[in-house]
Ligand binder design. Sequence first.
Ligand code: NAD
Ligand code: ZN
Ligand code: ZN
Length: 435
Amino acid sequence: MSSYMGHRLTGTNLTPPFNKLNKKSFDTYFSSIKAAFWGLETKGFRSIHSPIESAMSSTAGLVIPCKAAVAWEAGKPLVIEQVEVAPPQALEVRIKIKYTSLCHTDLYFWEAKGQTPLFPRIFGHEAAGIVESVGEGVSDLKVGDHVLPVFTGECGECRHCQSEESNMCDLLRINTDRGVMISDGKSRFSIDGVPINHFLGTSTFSEYTVVHRGCLAKLNPLAPLDKVCVLSCGISTGLGATLNVAKPKKGSSVAVFGLGAVGLAAAEGARIAGASRIIGVDLNPSRFEEAKKFGVTEFVNPKEHDRPVQQVIAEMTNGGVDRSVECTGHIDAMIAAFECVHDGWGVAVLVGVPNKEAVFMTKPINLLNERTLKGTFFGNYKPRTDLPSVVEMYMNKKLELDKFITHRLPFSDINKAFELMLKGQGLRCIINMEE
Ligand code: NAD
Ligand code: ZN
Ligand code: ZN
């Protein structure tokens, strides 16, 4: 039996209008009303209570049955199951996921090679959705708000949240091993009363999910959710790693290791910062053609050289690059990314998620020679405070997102997105939760 608070909403006792509006019709209805009312809201009619709120709130406090892609075992295809999603508890929000995409971090933890295995689990952390209901104490988000869930949060009160320099919130910082909500140590997902683990506090491979309020960034309602969903992890991470952490100067040289979506977003950051040389490093030569659209000016495939890639880059740049950003998760690339920066001023930033047992080895003299090694989660952005402005960069056409979106798939084909990433094909694959 489920121990969740709230009533169960099962297939047989669905209450109208949820019953009527379930799945596709629910959203079509919702979107048309929403479109009509955003217009009014932006013209100063915010106080109007739209039918959206009553439609959405009909499920508040109830357990929602819906589809989710469950990973039962490491490396085995996900299975679309009917799960029950409990109502949000204090400071939590239940959201309807509209679009999600796959980031390599999902893949690592699904493969569970060199990571802590935790199954059954609902993966997914790069997504966009709409608030369905809020738990007690949530005052700054309401039903119908558009949101991006983020794998690392911002409580707003701890020393990290108070610091201008850190986004490593004491309460809500990334925790890849936790499969439950922090408030009560329980999962909000279950199948026939058996709990299913969360992933990164987001679990977006589900039509509905419950997220701590501090892990949700409120969005400009005009932002297209099928595009800005990629800002909820990969693109903001890469962009911020360059702009906020590596901080290249105009005219400088930047090496980017790994030309997946995160690395190409790092390259985009280098282009925006005015770097004059952007050197892309990847083992997969098919990445190079794509990378040209992101301002990458030169390419190095470590496999094509008989000496270490850091040496190749040092030779190309008269002693080393000014900045490097590592976006592969492989320890050799991390070490090379550090050792290829110029002495005296070079800064290397690690972004890739390594194997749990990986150890970073370099000679201390490389640091003494005035190189700096840094690392970052989510590009140092505070999700609630900073993410809306990254969305505005897209809305103001300062940041292109379309070029990162190479595939689209219906939710029923989610395993194909895993296959694409395993084969190194494409950048981001947007999964439409309604198909
Ligand atoms: P991706 O699979 O799309 O891209 C990774 C690229 O790295 C691939 O093109 C691959 O060929 C290349 N690569 C692998 N090993 C390499 C090596 N030794 N040398 C050079 N290139 C190599 O993955 P992604 O979604 O872009 O994610 C990239 C990394 O960033 C992953 O490790 C992911 O877990 C991590 N990540 C970190 C954060 C963070 O906040 N720190 C956030 C998101 C993703
Ligand atoms: Zn990610
Ligand atoms: Zn905090």
